[in-house]
Structures are given as structure tokens and as C-alpha cells.
Design a protein around this ligand. Structure first.
Ligand SMILES: [Zn+2]
Length: 185
């Protein structure tokens, strides 16, 4: 089943396959590209000379990483090759949490300090490593402020936790020594 097409330049009639309706067909006589009418009637291809279909002209555009994102999406930050995205949000959150836990633990002299101490140390180390990577150019520097906040809060949490834990331990040891001394008497 074919669709009959009459060339708009030379008048030659030719036939193309029915599913090509709406696309372009090349005239076998003169080579002109003609639009194939949809449902213009079906004919036997042998009645006319068979035309050749033009290749589909509409190719999707190649992916462009620098293209602006579609409207409605958050802007995508494109990093040069070899530069990792920063993790400032994570580091800052860990530092603030460790600092808060350390403050509460110090006020109530709680073993919460055994949580805030390692968390503060990890925040501090992660932030220090990331700041080094930013200085070396291998990490996105837009997270420097958050990473700095994470490092400062991590240091405060570490110092506060270690100090109060040391005082608690010293009081406990002193108390144990007094008990032992009084028992020995
Ligand atoms: Zn023609």
C-alpha cells in the first residue's frame, strides 16, 4: 500500500509507502523533495516510479553540559573536570550537632560527651581535609564558608568534650582514692 505523490516541480507522479505520510519524499525524476500527503489514497507502487524517502531531518540536539537548565529546575553547578563537589552542608551540620551535644553534655555532666567528642573530631578532620582540597583546587570552593563553620564547631565540640570528660574523670579518680583511703584506715 502506497501513497501517490505528484512532484511539485516536474509533475512526475510516484508512490511511497503509506506510513511515510507527513514526511518528505524525493522525486525519482528530478530529485526534488516533496511532502507526502496523509491519506491521499493508496496506489500500487508499480503503477508509478517508486520515490525514495528523505532521511529524517529533525535530529535531537547533542547534549550540551553548559546549556541553561530547563525552567523550574534548580540551577546546576557545572564543575571543571577534576574538581569534586564540596560537602560543606554535611560537615557544617555535623559540627553544629557535635557542638550542641557537647554543650548539653557539659552542662549536665553527662556521658553524652562520649558522643560529642568523636563526632567533633570527625567533623574537624573532614573539614580540614576539604579545606586542603579546596586550596589545592580539587574541590568546589563555594563550600568554603560552610566547611570553615564545620571545622570551628568541630574544634569547639572536641575541646569542650575533652575538657569536661577530663574533669569528670579526675573527680571520679579523686573520689575513688578518698574512698580507698578511708577504707584502709
Ligand atoms: Zn520531480
Amino acid at each position: 500500500m502506497s501513497i501517490a505523490v505528484r512532484c511539485r516541480v516536474c509533475g512526475q507522479q510516484f508512490a511511497v509507502e503509506g506510513q511515510a505520510a507527513g514526511t518528505a519524499a524525493r522525486c525519482p525524476a528530478c530529485g526534488t523533495s516533496n511532502e507526502v500527503p496523509a491519506g491521499a489514497g493508496t496506489f500500487d507502487a508499480q503503477t508509478f516510479g517508486a520515490g525514495t524517502l528523505d532521511p529524517a531531518p529533525a535530529q535531537p540536539p547533542a547534549f550540551n553540559p553548559y546549556q541553561a537548565p530547563a525552567t523550574g529546575d534548580a540551577p546546576v553547578r557545572v564543575l571543571p573536570p577534576g574538581v569534586r563537589p564540596h560537602r560543606g552542608g554535611t560537615v557544617m551540620a555535623m559540627g553544629i550537632v557535635s557542638c550542641s551535644v557537647a554543650a548539653i553534655g557539659a552542662i549536665i555532666c553527662s556521658l553524652l560527651l562520649l558522643v560529642s567528642l568523636p563526632l567533633g573530631i570527625v567533623s574537624w578532620i573532614m573539614a580540614r581535609n576539604d579545606l586542603r582540597e579546596m586550596a589545592a583546587g580539587t574541590m568546589d570552593v563555594s563550600g568554603r564558608g560552610q566547611t570553615m563553620t564545620g571545622m570551628i564547631t568541630g574544634i569547639i565540640a572536641t575541646a569542650l568534650s575533652a575538657l569536661v570528660l577530663f574533669v569528670m574523670l579526675a573527680i571520679f579518680v579523686l573520689y575513688a582514692v578518698i574512698i580507698a583511703a578511708s577504707a584502709a584506715r
